[in-house]
Design a protein around this ligand. Structure first.
Ligand SMILES: [Zn+2]
Ligand SMILES: [Zn+2]
Length: 132
């Protein structure tokens, strides 16, 4: 696509995607759900859903909804963590930043829900947010 901003894919390549619009800077989410989903923390950018074209010809993209307000998208074949979506913002799609083809041109700008990070994790110096 001519106005393509970025491309990405899962480890096995069954799920690929292209983004045409703006990508938000990366936020690390340390919440317990994201920690378990990714095995560490969710480093995510985000885009308008309308700007993301997902190619999933084999139907491997699988959504897991641990709670009503959040859904996690992963590849059913290789298990790669790919997407996160909040029910409150259905027009936005969070994209696991590590699945983007580098260079992404993005920076990590904040760490969220840091009190739920595991004890082994040494967090880089980033502005932090936590639950109230
Ligand atoms: Zn895959
Ligand atoms: Zn999270």
């Amino acid at each position: 696509m001519e106005d393509e901003r970025a491309r990405g894919r899962c480890l096995c390549g069954a799920v690929t995607y292209a983004v045409t619009g703006e990508l938000r800077e990366v936020i690390n989410c340390h919440c317990a759900r994201c920690r378990r989903f990714t095995g560490h923390h969710l480093a995510a950018t985000s885009a308008d859903v309308a700007d993301v074209a997902i190619d999933d010809a084999e139907g491997q993209l699988t959504w897991f909804e641990p709670v009503e307000e959040a859904a996690y998208g992963f590849c059913g074949r290789c298990g790669s963590s790919l997407f996160w979506q909040a029910a409150s913002t259905p027009d936005r799609l969070s994209i696991c930043a590590g699945t983007l083809d580098p260079p992404t041109g993005l920076r990590t700008v904040e760490a969220w829900w840091v009190s739920e990070a595991s004890d082994y994790h040494q967090r880089p110096a980033l502005p932090e947010r936590d639950r109230e």
